[in-house]
Design a binder for this molecule. Structure first.
Ligand SMILES: O=C(O)CCC(=O)C(=O)O
Length: 292
């Protein structure tokens, strides 16, 4: 059996710290195709696929920054799974070989995203836990993959993580009181003490971070004149339970991408008598200024 890109040592590091980085996992040719596809979608050469959200940065939307190009206006693309080019990331054998090591053999996608972080905008992500956004449990059966499309340095606002923070519970989140905050960005409350424990993950193109959905992570401002780009997906084992009470998410489909049921959709029960209301973990309405 070929050796996994995730060694036993890396797996132990993931269990202890909540993350690991597979250096040089993906080739330049793939990274270029995904980067070009982003430009094709944003510049209008290719139609956004069904369900895709092409999200502008809040500072552009509110006229605080005049972008020099269409690409400079875009913060991220969400839900790219129906795009045949970007979806080759979700199903990439090298990524899935790693994902299997964290969540087991039968794997489905639960979220996809390409983060563009342009120059001149704030673009920070507050420290948060991604489990806030996912209806499935147990959390250990979920993992994020995050691949640098270009060099990612601290100056560009690289990913930051708090090692070991995945071993606490799901924290209360809120919109941080930042002047310019993108829609849907929540930060964990009362984590000031964690800031000094942050590790900055500087990465080369193709390097891929895998992290636990309870890991506190975020990213800084891009202080360069280039883009800070990454492509990312969340995966889970098919062997999970739906534990959310929020029915508006019941209609979403989750595609199996590895294992015996590849190509099918997750058919687990979506219990209406669920135990977790995600809104219990979010304090709304105490944000003073989102850039209005
Ligand atoms: O890529 C980034 O800057 C952070 C992404 C992230 O933390 C997220 O979207 O959950």
């Amino acid at each position: 059996m070929p050796e996994s890109p995730i060694s036993d040592e890396m797996l132990a590091g993931y269990e202890k710290d909540g993350y690991t980085v597979a250096r040089g996992l993906l080739d330049a040719a793939d990274l270029e195709r995904w980067t070009e596809r982003l430009a094709d979608i944003v510049d209008g050469r290719v139609e956004p696929s069904e369900g895709m959200l092409v999200m502008k940065d809040v500072m552009v939307v509110k006229g605080h920054v005049q972008p020099n190009s269409k690409l400079e206006a875009i913060a991220k693309i969400q839900d790219y799974e129906r795009d045949p080019v970007l979806d080759t990331y979700t199903t990439h054998p090298s990524v899935l070989d790693c994902v299997e090591r964290f969540v087991g053999r039968d794997v489905m996608t639960i979220h996809t995203m390409l983060i563009n972080k342009p120059p001149n905008v704030d673009g920070r992500h507050p420290l948060h836990q991604d489990l806030l956004y996912f209806p499935f449990r147990p959390a250990d059966k979920i993992v994020a993959s995050w691949t640098a499309l270009q060099p990612v340095t601290r100056e560009m606002g690289c990913l930051v993580v708090v090692p070991g923070s995945h071993r606490g519970g799901l924290l209360q989140h809120e919109n941080p009181d930042w002047e310019h905050l993108n829609a849907g960005y929540f930060g964990a409350r009362n984590v000031d003490d964690e800031l000094e424990k942050r590790v900055h993950l500087e990465m080369d193109p193709g390097d891929t971070a895998f992290f636990h959905p309870m890991l506190l992570h975020g990213s800084g401002r891009n202080r360069t004149q280039g883009f800070r780009r990454a492509i990312s997906a969340h995966y889970s084992s098919v062997d999970v339970r739906w534990e959310w009470s929020q029915q508006q998410f019941f209609g979403r489909n989750y595609r199996v991408v590895r294992g015996a049921r590849s190509g099918q959709f997750w058919d687990g029960e979506r219990m209406e008598e669920s135990t977790i209301n995600p809104l219990d973990y979010v304090s709304l309405g105490n944000k003073s200024d989102s850039g209005d």
